[in-house]
Write a protein that binds this ligand. Structure first.
Ligand code: AMP
Length: 189
């Protein structure tokens, strides 16, 4: 695993544990020699994960759309910052640069990015691992809903299981290291 893309919030969340765990993840990636790819902002948990990775000597690559570089305040101290034209290019670039995807707690943007790489995996467009860092049980309601999608017949269990959920990022990196791309194309019964 050379680089991991981390989807995370432009907000910090109310509980300080969200920022703490974002920093812990940034430090962990740097210590493991894994580059961080992320949204390129200096705000929210995005800024927290990037600052911690940089402070620990890690490689940090940001990808930010031009129109957001002021709103989300592009991080000035990154190893590399790609300024792209729009949101679509941002996601495509982040996906291209990374060997796996992790999501920290975040808002609609974080979920949008997560759902895109999940649906791409489901369609067989990539086979990179995806994990959720379940800080303070943040993702449990989503997990319940995803189970509901399976129960209701809208999602296959093997597509649900493309995403690994764990509170400990070390465990997620372990899963990523042992990841074997599965052939689970959606349209084949
Ligand atoms: P949020 O989780 O809502 O704080 O947003 C996290 C990141 O996702 C921010 O950098 C947003 O700009 C980004 N984002 C929001 N919507 C989209 C989208 N449709 N495509 C790509 N990135 C997005």
């Amino acid at each position: 695993m050379k680089r991991i893309c981390v989807f995370c919030g432009s907000s910090m969340g109310f509980d300080p544990v969200y920022a703490e765990q974002a920093r812990a993840l940034g430090t962990l990636l740097a210590e493991r020699g894994i580059g961080l790819v992320y949204g390129g902002a200096s705000v929210g948990t995005m800024g927290a994960v990037a600052d911690a990775a940089l402070a620990a000597g890690g490689e940090v690559i940001g990808v930010i759309p031009e129109h957001l570089s002021r709103v989300e305040i592009a991080h000035a101290g990154l190893t590399k910052l790609h300024v792209v034209a729009d949101m679509h290019q941002r996601k495509a670039k982040m996906a291209e640069l990374a060997d796996g995807f992790l999501a920290l707690p975040g808002g609609a943007g974080t979920l949008e990015e997560l759902f895109e790489v999940w649906t791409w995996a489901q369609l067989g467009l990539h086979s990179k691992p995806i994990g959720l860092v379940d800080v303070a049980g943040y993702f449990q309601p989503l997990r319940e809903f995803v189970d509901h999608m399976v129960d209701a017949g809208f999602l296959r269990t093997e597509h649900r299981d493309v995403i690994t959920v764990h509170k400990d990022p070390v465990a997620l990196l372990e899963v990523f290291a042992n990841h074997e791309p599965a052939d689970i194309a959606k349209w084949v019964n």
